[in-house]
Design a protein around this ligand. Sequence first.
Ligand SMILES: NC(=O)c1ccc[n+]([C@@H]2O[C@H](COP(=O)([O-])OP(=O)(O)OC[C@H]3O[C@@H](n4cnc5c(N)ncnc54)[C@H](O)[C@@H]3O)[C@@H](O)[C@H]2O)c1
Ligand SMILES: [Zn+2]
Length: 336
Amino acid sequence: MRALVLNGLKKLDVEDIEKPALGADEVRVDTAYAGICGTDKALYAGLPGSADAVPPIVLGHENSGVISEVGANVTDFQVGDRVTVDPNIYDGTCEYCRTGRPELCDNLSAVGVTRDGGFEESFTAPVSVVYHVPENVSLRAATVTEPISCAVHGMKLLKFTPYQKALVIGDGFMGELFVQLLQAYGVHQVDLAGIVQEKLDFNKEKFGVTNTFNTANGEEIPADYDVVIEAVGLPQTQEQAIEATKKGAQVMMFGVGEPDQKFSMNTYEVFKKQLTIQGSFINPHAFEDSLALLSSGKLDVEPLISHELDLSEIQSYLDGEISGVSKAIAKVSGAK
Ligand SMILES: NC(=O)c1ccc[n+]([C@@H]2O[C@H](COP(=O)([O-])OP(=O)(O)OC[C@H]3O[C@@H](n4cnc5c(N)ncnc54)[C@H](O)[C@@H]3O)[C@@H](O)[C@H]2O)c1
Ligand SMILES: [Zn+2]
């Protein structure tokens, strides 16, 4: 079958490889689409993602597809089922798994990171991480269930009431997801800060954003927010996030910085404003919520998917040669 294999540092090759054998508790998924994200950029550049990817490996941890084979012990899924796969597999036995925080598992493995993922015609996954896609959700939209689930996990770590005013910093795909999610969770006002005027206008016109701040144009963000989601990962946006808070605020540090990155903040303000500063790592127990949000229409991702690439085009995208991308996905079979 056709696969895009990561053979080393920044070395991706389209190859014809054998289909992997199927375990008794696994299903085989014929890939419809596979999303490409910042983690893939990191892994491609030899940096760790949620775990280390050891070449040769097929990336693609965001995916959707159709089951083409089920293992001997599998009863809940059948050939032909439309599915999406949560890439993260927890050992279930470490201190963190045993205390209800599986995302912090000491022995995390992941489809498309530590075992072959969706950048190939078919991949396998343990049935415990496979989810049915609701009938009214396209496989194209279901491809991004994983990033939605990361955002949903972040949302679950915060406390929401309708009265709050929220700010999202970051006009990329994740920031845009948070814009919709905050409203789905009942927050009455969502503002957006970014650097791409078109994106800011688009989210105001289409997705209910109240105020926008183009910080590249020097527009100042007021210190007036109960909830701030930082979805960029740069020191300056992390500083902006803390500075945009009012008393009692919660700050979600969702963006991923460089491993040795630091930013400065006024710790007296953390005390005086009684701030909560929260990190968020991957997406435990969030796929059902994400699929429900897609199915109910509270989350509309189709307008955010800007590019459908062939497997052979992924390298150019990761090298930054394709511009104007909001969210890129690879079209593998393109099944509906
Ligand atoms: N915590 C998690 O589990 C998790 C999961 C997925 C992604 N992330 C992280 O979230 C961040 C956003 O992801 P993404 O997929 O949207 O990334 P992206 O690369 O698509 O978008 C980044 C966006 O940031 C905007 N930006 C750059 N500088 C800015 C600034 N100074 N102010 C405001 N916006 C600015 C850019 O215009 C771009 O749209 C990344 O750091 C990513 O690694 C975290
Ligand atoms: Zn564990």
